[in-house]
Design a binder for this molecule. Sequence first.
Ligand code: PGA
Length: 240
Amino acid sequence: MKVIVCKTYEEASLESAKIVAEVMKNKPNAILGLATGSTPEGMYSELARMNKEGEIDFKDITTVNLDEYYPISPDNDQSYRYFMNKNLFDRVNIDKSRTHVPDGSAPDGEKEAERYENYVRSLGGADIQVLGIGRNGHIAFNEPDEELVPVTHVTSLTADTIDANARFFKSADEVPTHALTMGMGTILSAKKIIIIATGANKHEAVKQMLKGTCTTKCPASFLNLHKDVVLVCDEAAYNG
Ligand code: PGA
C-alpha cells in the first residue's frame, strides 16, 4: 500500500482530488466509485473547483456509490443520495442518470442489493474507488465481524457506527439500523483504490491496516490484498 502523509485535512483533500482527477484525465468515461462521510467532503469541493476551472470534465463520467442507509428516501437530507447531489453532482457537469447509489427506497432490500451488485459487475468494477475508513476499521458498511460478505448486501449497523453517525441526526434513535452496502469483493474489484483517513480518531484503524495482514476485525485490512491502493492521510491519523 502506498502511503501519502499530508500535514492537514485540506492538503489531504487536495491530494485525493488530484489522484481522482488523474484517472478522469486518462479516461474521460471513467467509472468512479464514490464514498460519503465527512472525510471526502473536502475532496469533492476540490473536484468541483477543478471542474469549474475547466481542468476536469464529468460529461462522460459514471459513478457508483458504496452504500446507502436502508430504508431511507432519496429525498431525506440524511440519505447518501442527498449527500452526493449536494456535495458533488449538483456542483459539476455530470449527467445525473449516470450517477448510481443503492436505492434506499427499494421495496425489497435483498433484490436491490443483487441488482446493484450485478450493475457494478456489468461495468467491470470501478476505475478508481474512493473510501473512507471507520474508526472501527469498517469500509462502506462492512463492519468488523467473524465473517465478511463479498457482494452487495443488506447489513445491520453496529452500535459503534450508529453512535458515530448520530451526530448527523437529531438523536441516535433516528439513525437507520440497516444499510445497503457493496461487499468486500465489490470494493476489491476496483482497478485502483484510494482510502482517505484524517484525524486522530482514525489512528488505530489505520495502524491495524498498515500492519499488512488481513483480519475480519478490521475490514480495511483486506485492502492489503489489492495491488493498487493509496492511503492519503493526515499526520494525526498516521501518528495518533
Ligand atoms: P467519516 O466516515 O468520513 O464521516 O469519518 C468514514 C467512514 O465511516 O467510512
